[in-house]
Write a new protein. Structure first.
Length: 304
């Protein structure tokens, strides 16, 4: 059992999970706002030996050096790699601090977001930023059937999006580190990135945070009159070629968050559709998140 567990910012844990935290620590402290600076983070952690945080706060090496009692950090958000994490995991591990994260808790909502926005675009159901009724993407309403869709990054969420689009009859191309046998069995076609960009009418980027794969060459191959989705947490592209591409009125970008867009000045761009909300954060996602965070705590305390 920990001496003191501190949730240094809102974690998304449902009330029953917050109550359950008291089974893991003699003292549990919750903060309901995001700390404004590093000094405030250190003050909130204080002498705690366990810390919970979400994706909006970063625990750097310098912060951890000022909090020597910490032995456990629970990330109430996605952890895919040390490089993309908002915790200095490499330093933490050097100090014997265990860092646990979660995955695959908000994917279903993201899949629904992609399908919803794509259907609205193809049929002309949406309203343009200037308040007018949009025209169907190709002038007449069309289905997803036979639409050429390229998935950049066929991880868990990319695979779920591919499955959903395939259910509606889309032709699925994908780019990943290597060809995947299960994707091949489903009829998905593995392509090199430049070829995928060239063949696809719709490209969906599903990459880890801070992973950039779309450069000038990829946008040249993509060309115009295309639809681009980014469901990652950060831009999947170099800024300059993307901005050149999005300025062509035959192109359109969909992303749910400002982080995925990467440039707030483009938020109201005529060809950008950014809701600035997280499509993966649903009631069910909070349930899954809470279950996984409690599981990680249980595993840590069981081993210790």
């Amino acid at each position: 059992m920990f001496e003191k567990l501190v949730a240094i910012e809102p974690t998304g844990l449902i009330s029953s999970a917050q109550e359950e935290l008291h089974n893991f620590a003699k003292e549990v402290v919750f903060y309901n706002d995001i700390p404004s600076n590093d000094e405030e983070i250190c003050k909130r952690i204080g002498d705690a030996d366990a810390v919970l945080l979400s994706y909006t706060t970063t625990l750097t090496k310098e912060i951890l050096q000022q909090c020597p009692n910490v032995v456990y950090i629970g990330m109430c958000c996605s952890l895919y790699s040390p490089e993309s994490a908002n915790v200095d995991i490499l330093y933490a591990n050097e100090q014997g601090i265990t860092v646990s994260g979660i995955r695959d808790y908000g994917d279903e909502g993201v899949v629904e977001y992609v399908i919803s926005e794509l259907v609205r675009c193809l049929h002309g159901f949406e309203t343009t930023p200037d308040g007018n009724q949009a025209k169907p993407w190709n002038g007449v309403p069309q289905e997803i059937t036979e639409l050429n869709c390229g998935i950049v990054g066929l991880g868990k969420i990319g695979g779920m999006i591919a499955d959903a689009l395939s259910f509606f009859g889309a032709n699925i191309y994908y780019f990943a580190r290597s060809e995947k046998e299960d994707a091949k069995e489903k009829g998905f076609k593995f392509l090199q990135l430049s070829e995928l960009m060239k063949k696809s009418d719709v490209v969906i980027c599903s990459l880890n945070k801070n992973t950039v794969l779309l450069h000038q060459n990829e946008f040249d191959k993509l060309g115009n009159h295309k639809i681009l989705f980014n469901v990652g947490l950060s831009p999947a592209w170099d800024a300059k070629p993307f901005e050149q591409w999005i300025n062509d009125d035959s192109n359109i970008l969909y992303c749910d968050s400002a982080g995925a867009l990467g440039n707030n000045s483009l938020m109201n761009h005529r060809n950008v559709r950014c809701m600035n909300v997280s499509s993966g954060i649903t009631r069910q996602a909070y349930d899954r998140l809470s279950e996984k965070v409690i599981h990680n705590l249980s595993e840590y305390t069981r081993v210790k």
